[in-house]
Design a protein around this ligand. Structure first.
Ligand code: DAK
Length: 258
């Protein structure tokens, strides 16, 4: 598969994937999700690749969310279907890979972007990183596992606060919350991710894949299915139309609650 929206390379046991739509702050459209699935699958099956580092291009964003301009015209059925498909192709796929994925978060990680980082096995960030799940400000809910994985990582109270206020947290707060395990200056981000990768490279690939499965097995919940169902319902509301239209028109949304 020829990639248009991502860059890949392989070096010293590490597979690098860079999401490369800097003009759209690396927002995830359908094609990017498919390309990421293909590249991740390829690295997962490549015995020479023992760790993957995932990052965004440019100095501003890891991923600023799902591509709002693409999903704003979806109806409820398409919303539910695409949420389920997206989870299968990317978010659940990453979480359950045998090869560990380090998200090197180099700026905004919002909505689907934070959900992608949360599905990764390790998150390291630059000092300019900002994280949030702003979906309710668009009239929708996180639909790629965010309601479940954020709560698993930061606890229910902090997840409720972050999701219901739709506000962003800076890198330092995200470090305190346990979303990131390290925060470093932007110029040191990739080197820091490589150092963590090199520690993993010393260990047994088979044992690592068993460890990932064992850790994940304690976190499967029915909540993921409920999230997809409610996400689909949100697509048929007037609030969803208003929230996404307001974003595109660069104005404040006026929600009716319908
Ligand atoms: N989608 C599309 N374009 C985006 C984008 C996004 N998420 N984020 C930014 N851009 C575009 C902007 O529209 C702008 O494009 P032009 O106007 O230049 O053409 C360009 O990137 C630069 O953005 P700004 O001009 O806004 O840059 P600022 O520095 O002023 O602001 C920002 C940066 C990150 C604070 C701001 O761009 C922003 O608030 N972005 C949106 C954040 C957000 O709400 N993300 C979406 C969260 S909801 C689905 C499943 C899951 C989801 C959806 C569907 N299905 C299964 C259907 C998940 C939804 C989400 O992720």
């Amino acid at each position: 598969m020829e990639y248009q929206n991502i860059l890949t390379k392989k070096e010293s046991g590490i597979g690098y994937i860079t999401i490369n739509r800097p003009k759209q702050l690396n927002a995830l459209n359908k094609q990017t999700i498919e390309e990421l699935h293909s590249a991740l699958k390829k690295f997962n099956n490549d015995t020479e690749v023992r760790v993957i580092i995932l990052t965004g291009s440019g100095e501003k964003a890891f991923v600023a969310g799902a591509d709002i301009k693409e999903f704003m015209n979806f109806n409820s059925e398409q919303g539910r279907e695409l949420a389920a498909k997206g989870q299968e192709l990317l978010f659940d796929f990453v979480e359950n890979m045998e090869t560990p994925v380090i998200a090197a978060v180099n700026g905004f990680a919002l909505g689907g972007g934070l959900e992608l980082a949360l599905a990764s096995h390790i998150r390291i960030a630059s000092e300019n990183a900002k994280v949030g799940l702003p979906e309710v400000s668009l009239g929708v809910i996180p639909g790629y596992g965010g309601t479940q994985r954020l709560a698993q990582i930061v606890g229910k109270g902090r997840a409720m606060e972050m999701i219901l206020t739709a506000e962003m947290k800076d890198a330092e707060t995200a470090l305190e919350y346990g979303i990131f395990t390290q925060v470093v200056p932007l110029e040191n981000l990739m080197e820091t991710a490589r150092k963590t990768a090199s520690k993993i490279l010393k260990n047994s690939p088979k044992a690592i894949s068993f460890a990932i499965q064992a850790i994940n097995s304690g976190f499967y919940t029915k909540g993921f299915v409920k999230e997809i169902e409610l996400f689909g319902q949100a697509f048929s509301t007037e609030d969803f139309k208003e929230g996404t239209t307001a974003f595109v028109e660069r104005r404040k949304a006026e929600f009716s609650g319908k």
